[in-house]
Ligand binder design. Structure first.
Ligand code: GAL
Length: 686
């Protein structure tokens, strides 16, 4: 695969909406802003193929040539997220159907049934023509297939989809008997006697069958994936070596990104935090997206807004300095591209008040343009050094889409049971302690981590339990929380006591669990004789009532009918250990617990930094080198998310790549400022 040589700086560009003359001016302004990449064609299907089989390439030829002539590379998109009106005239049933059986209308975007053969045929056609024409063009650095698969709509309930679902199930289960077993259809008389009897889990009286819903979601994710894969195959044939991606949306529950990720040459995603958003939330999303490819390889930030968006309830502009800080945050977490939606603000259409690099004023005199241009200059200065470098975290958090789906499928055990929130409970605690984290699939290779955190992993297979067992025996640290290991891949309870296949590994038996309504807490006491921290913490939301089976107690409940029983335990297994946390400790408790655990596992914070300051590293690598280590020290990113200045101590002398300044012993950062440091050459030699 073609290696990316520079940090890309650009974004969605829609010259298809503008008269041809605009191009010259756009490129002039792009250059002034340091923009070196443009993503074109995303929603341009009707402009490229105004009538079926009649193509108009002239305008795109000019755009690509002109960009190329000015050193601006192209991320070329297939336009299949916005089918042209003629497709609906020819095949009205390309329009998807909702769970109430109502067909959507057209005139928006993403309104297509992923299993409609005519949609698929025409999508393949336009992709083939595009790839043939531009596949070997030297300007094209990446292919961007469709746009945000699953966005707005992630399931279609039309008869074609139901028929495809039945086929998918037949392949998965072979026999109806197997399917009935997997879905536990003896419950509520749901047994199927023929494949044709199976429907989509559409609107019904009350709760659906959980196995049915899980498979339907897997199937729908696979249906969109099939759309991606057939385009990718075409592109691969006509555009060898050019990486193919599609833009993801981080914690988006419509698709199982772990099932998708192996098929992308590089992961890309779109980040839209509102102004003032918690930086830990954005950080976690980056780490989830980077984790899709195992945690080390860079990703592309395919979209972010240069200021306000147009689809929130209150669309506030990003505060001065916020966009720059967020962009550097993305780079620090592994981004090798910083791209905006959008480069030029559209004059009409639904997104005309969404911020853009070039606004409706049409010039470079705006605050937004100036901030973009400043960032462009900075990225140009240091981009080459950063491109391709890796993040190397020692801690992983396991994340699973099927567990997320299962946990949040009604009826929930607690209305407050929100999977991502519980993952964030741990992520945030680690982030606050400046510990780098990969958020990865339960199938990921865990061997390089010192600590693996398993929050709320409801679905655990015996194979995963075995892998975790080996990981711990080999010296790994494992933290498992309540509501893990309860069910199998069909969301049927594991028999033999909770936490199911993790029971032996955790050394506890969870007999039952209490669910605390909002506002109610239970005290949990640790004691210095057990762990080197002593205190009473508030726990909320969930309390496992459990018994030791080889583990020892680290903390006990102080209230309720389970007073005196273990709340947090530790089990030594082989050369490693497992901490089981049976409750949701409030932030202070989670922080103290993870702080103690990481320290005792020898995991050090990147730097000692105050709250609201984020510090991360990227490690330069050498191509083709077995251990990929370049022998160079890391690039250190310090991000001040606070609105006040801070001073941090440094353990030596560093050079700031942005300012050229030397920082010795300490470094100051003003509000929302960023430092990109490397150890000064003399330090590295010593
Ligand atoms: C993204 C989408 C873009 C644009 C943007 C607006 O989700 O991919 O096409 O709509 O949102 O913020």
């Amino acid at each position: 695969m073609q290696r990316q040589r520079r940090l890309l700086f650009g974004g969605d560009y829609n010259p298809d909406q503008w008269p041809a003359e605009t191009l010259q001016e756009d490129v002039r302004l792009f250059k002034a802003a340091g923009i070196n990449s443009a993503t074109v064609g995303i929603f341009a299907w009707s402009k490229l193929e105004p009538r079926p089989g009649r193509y108009e390439w002239g305008w795109l030829d000019d755009v690509i040539e002109h960009l190329h002539a000015h050193g601006i590379s192209v991320i070329l998109a297939t336009p299949t997220a916005a089918p042209p009106v003629w497709l609906y005239q020819l095949y009205p049933d390309v329009l998807p159907v909702d769970e109430n059986g109502l067909r959507y209308g057209y005139g928006s975007r993403r309104h297509y049934c992923p299993n409609h053969p005519a949609y698929r045929h025409h999508a393949r056609q336009i992709t083939t023509e595009l790839a043939k024409r531009y596949g070997r063009h030297p300007a094209v650095t990446h292919w961007h297939v469709d746009n945000e698969y699953g966005c707005h709509i992630s399931a279609c309930y039309c008869p074609r989809c139901v028929a495809a679902f039945r086929q998918w199930l037949q392949q998965r289960y072979q026999t109806l008997e197997e399917l009935n077993k997997a879905w536990y259809t003896a419950f509520w008389s749901q047994t199927y006697g023929a494949w044709e009897e199976i429907d989509a889990p559409r609107r019904t009286t009350t709760y659906h069958n959980p196995g049915h819903v899980l498979d339907w979601r897997r199937f729908m994710s696979d249906s969109y994936l099939a759309c991606f894969l057939e385009q990718k195959e075409i592109i691969r044939a006509f555009s060898p070596g050019v990486p193919v991606t599609t833009n993801f949306m981080a914690w988006f529950d419509g698709l199982d990104y772990h099932a998708w990720a192996p098929h992308l040459d590089v992961v890309s995603w779109d980040s839209y935090p509102p102004t003032g958003a918690d930086p830990a939330e954005t950080a976690a999303r980056h780490d989830l997206m980077r984790g899709l490819k195992g945690g080390r390889a860079p990703f592309l930030l395919m979209e972010q807004s240069p200021s306000q968006v147009n689809w929130m309830e209150y669309n506030r502009p990003q505060r001065p300095g916020e966009m720059r800080l967020r962009s550097w945050q993305a780079v620090a977490h592994g981004a090798d591209a910083i791209c905006f939606f959008q480069l030029r603000q559209s004059q009409g259409g639904a997104e005309k008040f969404h911020a853009a690099v070039i606004g409706h004023d049409g010039g470079s005199e705006t605050r937004v343009f100036r901030e973009v241009a400043r960032l462009g200059a900075e990225l140009a200065r240091v981009g080459e050094r950063i491109t391709g470098s890796e993040v190397r975290a020692e801690v992983a958090i396991l994340f699973s889409w099927p567990s997320w789906w299962a946990v949040e499928q009604p009826p929930r055990i607690s209305k407050g049971l929100r999977y991502v929130d519980e993952v964030m409970r741990y992520y945030r605690a680690l982030w606050q302690q400046h510990i780098e984290v990969d958020v990865v699939s339960p199938d990921a290779d865990l061997s390089r981590y010192r600590l693996v955190v398993v929050p709320l992993l409801r679905i655990v297979t015996p194979e995963l339990a075995q892998r975790l067992q080996r990981y711990v025996e080999d010296g790994g640290g494992l933290l498992v929380t309540y509501h893990s290991g309860l069910t199998d891949v069909h969301d049927r309870a594991h028999l033999g006591g909770y936490p199911g296949p993790l029971r032996r590994l955790c050394g506890v038996w969870v007999e039952e669990f209490d669910v605390l309504p909002p506002g109610q807490t239970v005290r949990v006491r640790t004691s210095e004789s057990l762990v080197p921290w002593d205190g009473v913490y508030e726990a909320e939301f969930w309390c496992d009532v459990m018994h030791l089976e080889g583990a020892r107690t680290l903390a006990t409940y102080e209230d309720e009918y389970y007073r005196g029983m273990p709340a947090v335990t530790e089990h030594r297994v082989g050369r490693g250990r497992v901490v089981y946390v049976g409750t949701a400790l409030q932030p202070k408790g989670t922080r103290d617990l993870t702080g103690w655990l990481t320290r005792s596992l020898g995991i050090a914070p990147v730097l000692d930094a105050p709250d609201g300051v984020e510090v991360l590293r990227r490690w330069p690598v050498v191509e083709g080198d077995g251990d990929r280590s370049s022998g160079q020290g890391p690039i250190l990113f310090i991000l001040n998310h606070r609105t006040t200045p801070v001073t941090l101590s440094l353990d030596g002398t560093y050079v700031d790549l942005l300012s050229g300044e030397t920082c010795s012993g300490s470094v100051e950062l003003s509000s929302r400022d960023v430092r990109v440091l490397i150890a000064s050459p003399s330090e590295l030699q010593s």
